[in-house]
Design a protein around this ligand. Structure first.
Ligand SMILES: NC(=O)c1ccc[n+]([C@@H]2O[C@H](COP(=O)([O-])OP(=O)(O)OC[C@H]3O[C@@H](n4cnc5c(N)ncnc54)[C@H](OP(=O)(O)O)[C@@H]3O)[C@@H](O)[C@H]2O)c1
Length: 333
């Protein structure tokens, strides 16, 4: 009798995860989707440098018609030549500042209806808020957040109106600083956190038009913008950012493009980023019932890991501020 009881229990144990998986398979929304890239029009803002340039090149390699937008005509031309050299594809270039809605609208109208819109432009300076001028804060929010609204608003009517062109994507390049606030990034984090709200609300508004929203969360990536930022990065910012490692531009572009094609709402670029995504997923939509399963069963342990990270970061801040105080009072050379 006891043997039958144990057998029954062994039979029951896998039933719990299997039932959870079945429920999740029924309820995850939006439904899984594939976004084709070949022969589509891919429009990349900030496509003249760094991650945007690598994404534009990746799209060209995959057979897309590519347009890139940025401010500097010279940098756009250099990017066009380098993509031509690497892929043989001639990309269209548009010189406009994303803060200027009319200029962005004109460029997007000229380029023709977009299938995959990658809103990637961004500025970042790591500085304690007390050192940041109100103008710098406004500039960061204007380019990263308001600029993204401008680009999406300009492209959306034609994207919604497209007929029989297959599923479309609106992708926003955020940052790990858009998932967790990081020392030195008050303005930058605020601008990137804003993209999360924009993306979640927008996905609900455009799902009926077969448009799928993706948010990319790169870690430190070796781009010209990053190289510039390194020059003035506070020491504590560097210590905290080191906990997520750094990546090559092409690696980030590949991860991002794979995520766009898979229609993922959230795209992490490395393992630490994946853990961060699990920890910060909150009310984000999830298309994969496997990932939803992982999110549900790891919620407690992941929260514990997040608390360990915070402990580690605050320890680094305490240590750094003690050393700074000692230095200032002349006790340490
Ligand atoms: N690199 C990293 O470590 C890292 C990490 C996480 C997230 N990110 C995000 O990834 C994105 C790309 O960063 P990146 O490192 O590749 O930067 P980047 O090398 O500095 O390139 C930025 C691109 O955006 C364009 N841009 C800047 N301001 C603009 C404006 N007002 N209007 C139109 N275009 C503008 C730039 O061209 P012009 O200057 O000619 O306009 C350039 O093409 C950003 O959103 C950034 O926040 C980067």
């Amino acid at each position: 009798m006891a043997a039958i009881y144990h057998l029954f229990l062994y039979f029951l144990i896998p039933l719990v995860p299997l039932s959870l998986l079945s429920i999740l398979a029924l309820i995850v929304r939006p439904r899984p989707i594939r976004i084709p890239i070949k022969s589509r029009h891919v429009f990349v803002t900030g496509g003249s440098s760094g991650i945007g340039l690598a994404l534009a090149q990746q799209a060209a390699t995959e057979g897309a018609r590519v347009s890139i937008l940025a401010r500097s005509a010279g940098k756009l031309d250099e990017a066009k030549q380098s993509i031509k050299l690497a892929t043989g594809v001639e990309v269209a270039t548009y010189s406009a500042d994303v803060r200027d809605y009319d200029a962005v609208s004109k460029a997007i109208e000229e380029s023709g209806p977009i299938d995959v819109l990658i809103v990637n432009q961004g500025v970042f300076v790591a500085k304690e808020l007390v050192e940041h001028s109100p103008e710098d804060v406004k500039f960061t929010i204007d380019v990263n957040l308001i600029g993204s609204f401008n680009v999406i608003k300009a492209a959306l009517p034609a994207m919604k109106a497209r007929k029989d062109r297959g599923p479309a994507s609106i992708t926003l390049v955020s940052s790990q600083a858009g998932q967790v606030g990081i020392y030195g990034y008050a303005a930058y984090s605020a601008s990137k956190f804003g993209l999360q709200g924009l993306a979640q609300a927008l996905q609900q508004e455009v799902i009926a038009d077969d448009i799928h929203v993706t948010l990319i969360f790169p870690p430190d990536t070796d781009t010209p913008g990053f190289e510039e930022e390194q020059k003035s990065r506070p020491e504590v910012t560097a210590i905290i950012a080191a906990s997520s490692g750094s990546m090559k531009t092409e690696q980030v572009a590949k991860k991002a493009m794979d995520g766009i094609k898979a229609g993922k709402f959230t795209v992490a670029c490395n393992f630490e980023g994946f853990l961060l995504s699990l920890a910060t997923t909150g009310m984000s939509p999830q298309r994969s019932f496997w990932l939803a399963f992982l999110e549900v069963i790891t919620a407690g342990p992941i929260r514990l890991t997040a608390l360990f990270f915070q402990w580690d970061w605050y320890k680094a801040i305490e240590k750094w501020s003690k050393t700074k105080t000692k230095k200032e009072s002349g006790n340490v050379s």
